[in-house]
Ligand binder design. Structure first.
Ligand code: RNT
Ligand code: ZN
Length: 415
């Protein structure tokens, strides 16, 4: 018997919280793990640089350079991640084989992702989510894709989107669970535009064309807004207001990335605001430091607030959680595991709050007791419940040592 767990469980019970129930729920909350932390978002099409207003910084050695290396690194990462996992893929991670360099993104087909399906099944994952890749490509013209005034360019990207929705339907069917398709485009301008409306009207038209006839059973489309990007500081076509209205009128989903707002805005507060109108909301959990820097997710205050809003508002039936960060300054596998564990820790923290009681105090207007209790529960022994969770999930507390051994043996060979 784990004494520390038993005594922690009692302390939580005294506060009116069932720790066993929290552990059970936590094990069932899927977190979608992004493939792009492993290779600095470069993908498998042979790209050597990133573009589209996003950037990975740092030059820690041994990024995964091909499918085999990425799979090996992900395998280690998954083995150190507790709980239910999904894999989040981008279209530029297609396994093209002989067709590499011969076909373009508008011709990608489900079979190019079959090896990923096999891998995800071997890893026992819950499913795969998908993202069209509208960046790092020569057909981004003047920084524009779906909002381009050049019809040929705009249509190319609509075709890419359509191809991705077909791939997503295949992915959803393979796992018997819908595939979330997140649409993020880099379109915008570095300097003050002369016309802010036309690009948005073109984006609206492109999205309508793209979403025509998608498979509603297996695909959940979402749109991800953004306030600015590197080199795209003055204007973003896919802004928050644009996408929220688009999603609301088209019956699709909004995706909130917590690096994509003014630093004083909080995504935690946006979740229930959207849930008042939408059945589902999707998240890209990231950590912006002063800007949309995509630092590794750690167990900090806003993450806890986000987790509270997930747990208190219908859980993951309504809020779909995906990770989105890319750090090339530290061991990338450790970055993956740290971020996923942080997300899980925050969810556990939220599940271990006396949420019913706190809500009741708010409704009664007893703000004195509400503050007292909210402060008191902060120091309950979360760590002891977390350790028990890791033990039950059969993962070690210390993932660092294992990853360092892999670094010494495997990553060192990547020169
Ligand atoms: C960019 C968006 C987008 C990407 C990934 C790679 O600012 O956050 O979600 O990070 O699609
Ligand atoms: Zn994102």
């Amino acid at each position: 018997m784990n004494q520390r767990f038993e005594s922690a469980k009692q302390l939580y019970a005294n506060a009116g919280v069932d720790a066993e129930a929290a552990l059970k729920t936590l094990a069932e909350i899927p977190v979608s793990v992004h493939c792009w932390q492993g290779d600095d978002v470069l993908g498998l099409e042979g790209a050597t640089s990133l573009s589209g207003g996003i950037q990975t910084t740092g030059n820690y050695p041994a990024r995964a350079r091909n499918f085999e290396e990425l799979k090996a690194d992900l395998h280690l990462a998954f083995s150190e991640m507790p709980g239910k996992k999904r894999l989040n893929l981008h279209a530029n991670y297609a396994i093209l084989g002989d067709e590499l360099g011969k076909i373009d993104r508008d011709e990608y087909r489900p079979e190019h992702f079959a090896p990923w399906v096999a891998f995800a099944k071997e890893e026992g994952l819950d499913g795969i989510d998908f993202n069209p890749t509208f960046f790092a490509h020569p057909k981004m013209k003047d920084g524009l894709t779906l909002s381009s005034p050049d019809e040929e360019i705009r249509k190319f990207w609509v075709r890419h989107g359509k191809a991705c929705l077909k791939i997503a339907a295949y992915l959803g069917k393979e796992f018997g669970k819908p595939c979330l398709v997140n649409i993020w485009i880099p379109d915008g301008f570095k300097d003050v535009p002369a016309d802010r409306l036309s690009p948005r009207l073109r984006l609206k038209k492109s999205l309508d064309e793209m979403l025509e006839g998608y498979d509603k059973k297996w695909v959940i489309p979402a749109v991800e807004s953004k306030v600015f990007g590197i080199g795209v500081e003055s204007y973003t076509v896919g802004s928050n207001e644009f996408y929220q209205n688009y999603a609301a009128t088209r019956g699709i989903c909004c995706l909130l990335d917590n690096g994509h707002y003014h630093p004083l805005e909080y995504v935690s507060d946006k979740i229930p605001a959207l849930l008042a109108f939408y059945d589902k909301v999707a998240l890209h959990v990231s950590r912006g430091v002063r800007w949309d820097s995509d630092h590794v997710v750690v167990f900090e205050d806003e993450l806890k607030e986000i987790a509270k809003e997930v747990v208190r508002n219908g859980g993951t039936d309504r809020v779909m959680i995906a990770l989105d960060y890319f750090d090339a300054s530290i061991n990338r596998i450790s970055a993956w595991v740290t971020g996923q564990r942080s997300m899980q820790k925050a969810l556990l923290y939220a599940l271990l709050l006396p949420n019913g009681k706190l809500k009741e105090l708010q409704e009664k207007g007893d703000f004195t007791q509400l503050m007292f209790l909210q402060e008191q529960v902060k120091l309950l022994p979360l760590g002891d419940i977390w350790s028990e969770y890791l033990a039950r999930q059969k993962v070690c507390e210390n993932y660092y040592e294992k990853i360092m051994t892999y670094e010494a043996k495997v990553l060192k060979e990547r020169v």
